[in-house]
Write a protein that binds this ligand. Structure first.
Ligand SMILES: *Cc1c(COP(=O)(O)O)cnc(C)c1O
Length: 412
């Protein structure tokens, strides 16, 4: 028998694509939550309140708006559940996560024979995957052309592809879905809570899935926000799907959504956690108190400061998301991205490499929306580059940061 010593996990600065460092208010809600079961009135009330706050955050009147227990891929799995073997699907990918979403969709749409032929990566004949290169965005023109040709039942795209840090054309996607009669599905894992958008403005999209620990800034393994239009729910009712736990209609019951309408309190679906509900509730309160429009502006502003700082260090930025900077190192350090990221991570500075080729560095600013936090990130990064021989002048870099922040403060 092995009993290991007590597990200690240190604090790090989560400066990657997500998870972000969780607000202390969320942590306090989690640890101060009383012991109560999943049918306790306050747990059920909390879930109903979360549902209403989520509708505000998503900008939707969709009744089927709630949380799926787990992480981003749990919510995506729920959203993809309506896709059945043999369904026609067009998928646009431009990085790691949309690539994994494409795999999920190929698994769901594959026939039994196709799945058995290659269980871990089926080649589903009814699925078309359009691969846009890493570092490029998916354009409305491309989507329109491909959907016009294929006229699929379903179309899929990630709104913000966190693997390459690229924003894709949501307006173009929604409009093309509507025009060509496809039901749009969107991975909004990285954009919800960071970008200022309302999903009801995109009526070609019938399903949305996000995650707890990126823009919403709750703890991972709490709740992945999902939202479905009536059209999606009707399609599901007509055809069914192969899941109990992540079934969009059945899972919604615990959040007080029954027969397509709000009811006062939810009914049992699975053993939800009071801790997770309390944390998620507080994270939503924080986001709505900040205000989505203000939050989006703050991300734009601080991302610009970080972007200018790494460009001044000689890096080449290839992303356009506002929560994340994806960069190539200066030419003389090219090829040493992994080494740099590993040395930062060893010091508790949690930046990331890209997870699929090409190797790049990703620095994120989730919940780091202050002068002090960005200055800390920039200095840690510059120090790590200098340890690898970059010879950056920290005084110049900090003077630039100060000037940037002083200008903005003066302008306000
Ligand atoms: C992070 C991410 C995911 C996966 O989320 P998990 O919480 O790790 O399951 C999926 N899609 C996108 C766009 C992401 O950024």
């Amino acid at each position: 028998m092995s009993i290991f010593s007590k597990l200690e996990i240190p604090n790090t600065l989560a400066a990657g694509p997500g998870p972000g460092n969780t607000d202390q208010r969320v942590m306090d809600s989690f640890v101060n939550c009383g012991l109560a079961d999943h049918m306790h009135p306050d747990v059920l009330r909390g879930m109903v309140e979360c549902k209403h706050m989520l509708r505000d955050l998503f900008g939707t009147k969709n009744v089927h708006t709630f949380g799926i227990a787990g992480t981003g891929f749990s919510g995506l799995d729920c959203m993809f559940s309506a896709v059945l073997p043999g369904d026609t699907v067009v998928i646009f990918t431009n990085g790691t996560f949309s690539g994994i979403d494409a795999l999920t969709l190929r698994m769901k749409a594959a026939t039994r024979e196709e799945l058995a032929a290659n269980a871990l990566s089926p080649d589903a004949k009814s699925v078309t995957v359009i691969e846009v290169p890493h570092g490029a965005s998916i354009s409305g023109e491309l989507i329109d052309t491909v959907l016009a040709e294929h006229k699929p039942k379903w179309a899929f795209m990630a709104h913000w592809e966190t693997g390459s840090g690229r924003i894709n054309d949501l307006r173009g996607f929604s409009d093309a879905c509507k025009k060509h009669g496809a039901m749009g599905l969107v991975d909004a894992v990285s954009s919800l809570g960071v970008a200022d958008f309302a999903i009801d403005d995109y009526d070609g999209v019938v399903g949305w899935a996000s995650c707890p620990q990126k823009g919403v800034l709750c703890l991972a393994l709490t709740y992945a926000p999902v939202s479905f239009t009536d059209q999606y729910i009707e399609a599901l009712k007509s055809n069914g799907c192969y899941t109990y736990v992540n079934h969009p209609i059945l899972a919604a019951r615990h959040w007080g959504i029954i027969d397509g309408a709000d009811v006062e309190k939810g009914g049992y679906h699975q053993t939800h956690s009071g801790y997770a509900v309390a944390a998620f509730h507080e994270a939503l309160r924080i986001t709505l108190q900040h205000g989505l429009a203000q939050r989006a502006k703050d991300y734009e502003f601080h991302e610009q400061v970080l972007r200018q700082a790494v460009i001044a260090m000689g890096c080449d930025v290839t992303s356009n998301m506002t929560s994340l900077v994806v960069l190539n190192l200066p030419e003389k350090m090219a090829g040493r991205e992994m080494e740099l990221v590993q040395s930062c991570r060893a010091k508790g500075f949690g930046i990331w490499p890209t997870l699929s080729a090409p190797v790049q560095v990703r620095i994120g600013i989730l919940n780091q929306l202050s002068n002090a936090a960005i200055t800390d990130i920039v200095n840690r990064f510059a120090d790590a580059m200098n340890e690898m021989g970059a010879e950056l002048d920290l005084t110049v870099i900090n003077d630039q940061l100060d000037a940037h922040y002083a200008n903005i403060l003066a302008a306000e």
